[in-house]
Design a protein around this ligand. Structure first.
Ligand code: TYD
Length: 206
């Protein structure tokens, strides 16, 4: 489905752990519904029964490519079952994470081959691309603290922060290589209301 065939709009939220994606996407869904729009709010991995099973599978100690394909498998199911039908009927789909998460986490941070990851994602999604991806940018150490609480962040230690720095670096590279107007980078350390306002304006322009 190309952008031309698509009736709805597909908005994706990306960011490091603890950046506030789920709070933001829920707030925007509420506002869009209040404005009378047909909205589907979903998330990865998950959003379908198969996706939730994959979430359980991801708790196992998976080999790097097994992990990558588990994320891609959940995505293929979500596109087929939820995203594509919603776009075809003209809904606005808000999705917490999509292909860019795999590029940032499994590609840039974990070191898997990006070309292979791109090919797998293109096959799994039928080449579906978001109209807009909103990236919530947060300092990785602050994000980990927000997500896990301070004690946990200290326990997960420097290695985790280093990994998340590579994730952030990956996102920034994806943004700098993207077509104009396809990504919006927002400073997630700003007050939630300001972040929501900027995202709301961008969605209405997308
Ligand atoms: P989740 O509990 O949904 O966290 P978050 O609130 O940060 O989205 O867990 C998703 C985790 O899975 C998160 O650490 C990012 C990671 N992930 C990947 O590594 N690759 C992917 O393709 C996706 C979708 C997520």
């Amino acid at each position: 489905m190309t952008a031309g065939e698509r009736r709805g709009r597909f908005i994706v939220f990306e960011g490091g752990d603890g950046a506030g994606k789920s709070t933001l996407s829920a707030a925007l869904a509420k506002r869009l519904r209040g404005a009378g729009r047909d909205v589907v709010l979903t998330r990865e991995p998950g959003g379908t029964r198969v996706g939730e099973i994959v979430r359980t599978l991801l708790r196992e100690h998976l080999a790097p490519w097994a992990e990558a394909f588990a994320f891609v498998a959940a995505r293929a199911q979500l596109v087929e079952e939820v995203i594509r039908p919603a776009l075809e009927r003209g809904a606005i789909v808000l999705c917490d994470r999509f292909v860019a998460s795999t590029y940032a986490y499994q590609g840039y941070a974990r070191g898997l081959d990006l070309g292979a990851l791109r090919a797998a994602n293109a096959a799994a999604t039928g080449g579906l691309e978001p109209n807009l991806t909103i990236y919530l940018d947060i300092d990785p150490a602050a994000g980990l603290k927000r997500k896990a609480g301070e004690d946990e962040a200290i326990r997960t230690g420097l290695e985790a922060v280093e990994f998340h720095r590579r994730v952030r670096e990956g996102y920034l590279r994806l943004i700098s290589a993207s077509a104009p107007g396809t990504w919006l980078r927002l400073d997630a350390s700003k007050p939630a209301a300001a972040v929501e306002k900027a995202a709301w304006e961008a969605i209405n322009d997308a």
